[in-house]
Design a protein around this ligand. Structure first.
Ligand code: NAP
Length: 341
């Protein structure tokens, strides 16, 4: 049976570097070659009059960056990547095939150089190589073709990347050969409508409340050797607790403290790999909507120096002079809710 599930997604964001894609085949257990480099197992999905999008990829790229080990296999073919610029990464080689280029050094520098030279879309290939690009957060799209076999051992698709990278499924397709192709976009900015990030009010003392206390303690207190005291948490009985989720994963939390006709927003925390991806702004919007719905006239917070640009971007204005809170300089930042949307 052949199934196809596709979601046409946002166009590629304009970048200050070329778009960089992964297109690679792997066994079900995540190997891209046998331990000795053997690729014979890929043949079982050949002969089905299907190129699995390879020609489309070739038409869309203008350069490849490949690891030395991938180069050693590819260079056994006369013209493996016709018409494409090929850069081989190696610290050990002194030369590569005519028409190809050799590079060793900083990958960001290489990408910037290629960008200046007019390159717009790069395919990176080789397990070690793609892992380095992922680690440097320089991958935009990833096409994985899963071959129906468990190899048991081999060269891994991914090495340890050392960070969590949120991905968005763009399409999935199965073929009569049994190959399943998964296309992912790397998320650089969450989109609430596509990624199903949602916010809700959680009950004081509930299991979700306890999770949110743990999240903000981890982010806001532990780095300073501090914890929330039972007295502080007791006071929170009277406060409004907001939590943000991706699926069921808690990714952000904030506390709103009613003060006459204003709300003080405090203890805003966004989980590590969700930071700088638009979730903080969505959390503010949810809080402001809560304030509006409940008749408050303004919402304010005490922001650290580093957070000032974020609040300014969200139209919070500085009020008064900086003051000290737990030995750290803070600034009052406020936004009027009346009339704003
Ligand atoms: N299933 C598939 O679709 C697929 C696709 C591609 C490759 N493959 C197979 O996968 C195997 C190769 O993968 P792999 O993970 O072992 O290796 P790879 O990524 O192809 O090559 C690793 C080598 O690239 C060089 N390298 C990587 N990053 C570098 C940097 N920043 N600066 C300088 N040199 C750098 C180093 O070469 P030096 O040691 O010379 O310094 C390193 O040992 C091959 O058997 C290939 O046929 C399979």
């Amino acid at each position: 049976m052949q199934t196809r599930k596709t979601r046409e997604n946002s166009a590629h964001n304009p970048l200050s570097r070329p778009k960089i894609s992964i297109y690679i085949a792997a066994s079900i257990d995540g190997f891209i070659a046998r331990q000795d480099g053997g690729l014979d197992w890929l043949d079982r999905v050949g002969g089905f009059d299907e190129d699995y999008g390879f020609q489309n990829l070739m038409n869309s790229i203008d350069a490849l960056i490949i690891g030395r080990k991938t180069y050693e296999v590819a260079s056994t073919v006369p013209d493996p990547y016709p018409g494409k610029r090929v850069i081989v990464l190696s610290n050990s080689l002194h030369s590569v095939k005519e028409g190809m280029e050799l590079y060793c050094g900083d990958l960001a520098v290489l990408v910037t150089k290629l960008h200046k030279e007019g390159i717009q879309h790069i395919w990176v290939d080789g397990g070690t190589t793609i892992s380095q690009f992922l680690s440097s957060q320089m991958i935009d799209a990833m096409t994985l073709s899963i071959i129906p076999v468990i190899l048991g051992s081999g060269i891994p698709l991914f090495n340890v990347i050392g960070k969590e990278i949120p991905c968005r499924l763009a399409s999935s397709q199965s073929y009569p050969s049994g190959l399943v192709q998964l296309r992912y976009e790397i998320i650089t900015q969450f989109d609430d409508s596509i990624d199903k990030i949602y916010f809700k009010i959680i009950e004081y003392g509930s299991p979700l409340y306890k999770k949110s206390v743990a999240l903000r303690e981890e982010l806001l207190r532990k780095p300073f050797g501090l914890f929330f005291t039972p007295e502080e948490l007791e006071q929170e009985k009277e406060h409004v607790h907001i939590a943000g989720f991706l699926g069921e994963e808690l990714c952000a939390t904030a506390v709103l403290v009613p003060e006459n006709n204003e709300l003080k927003m405090q203890r805003v925390a966004v989980k590590g790999h969700f930071q700088n991806m638009g979730i903080g702004t969505s959390l503010l919007l949810f809080s402001e909507q809560y304030a509006r719905d409940h008749g408050y006239k303004a919402i304010y917070c005490h922001a650290r120096d580093t957070a000032i640009p974020f609040y300014k971007k969200n139209r919070y204005a500085l009020e008064g002079v900086p003051f000290d809170e737990n030995g750290i300089a803070h600034h009052k930042m406020k936004k009027s809710i009346e009339g704003s949307v």
